[in-house]
Design a protein around this ligand. Sequence first.
Ligand code: PRP
Ligand code: HPA
Length: 189
Amino acid sequence: MLEEVKKSLESSPIVKKGDYNYFVNPISDGVPAMDPKMLRELSLAVHKHADLDVDKIVAVEAMGIHLATALSLATDIPFVVIRKRQYGLEGEQEVYQKTGYGSSNLYINDLHPGEKILIIDDVVSTGGTFIALLKTLQDMDLEIKSAVAVIEKGEGKKIVEKETGIELLSIIKLDVIDGKVVIEKTIED
Ligand SMILES: O=P(O)(O)OC[C@H]1O[C@H](OP(=O)(O)OP(=O)(O)O)[C@H](O)[C@@H]1O
Ligand code: HPA
């Protein structure tokens, strides 16, 4: 398990976004092309380790969408996307997201008090995105049964857990050291 994922991550190019060391990978960027074997490995790992007793899978645009789609097809659980686009629908919630290299607004629709959810995104790094989203979802009285960041970069997971009290499930922990992705552990280790 996770052999394709590890191989691909270890060969990711690093690009600079200001001072931020950004790895480029099919999971987090859709570039280069995603081998379906890899997507299957990730989906299986989430399937095995997350609490799937949920009403909805919640994807964070953009790079949570393919992960949520794969999981939805494997489980028959519907998914909804937290978008970067505002619709102005009744009940829409706006969330300000700040990452290590940028910021934007996110818009939550079609999530209702009491619903059980699994939220999934590709990466947790500074924790800015997950902290803002989880706090808002808690305020909306959603039952967050699983919060999944497929890739944990640096100390992001710990920061999110400390700030929100919600445990984050990650499949692979890595860091960028001397211009290279170094895998520190996987959920299968
Ligand atoms: O822990 P953080 O520092 O907040 O970083 C994690 C976020 O950064 C990326 O989002 P980005 O806004 O680049 O969007 P994308 O999914 O459209 O690439 C990633 O998809 C996470 O949502
Ligand atoms: O280094 C990164 N690479 C890809 N996506 C990301 N999202 C946060 N950090 C990163």
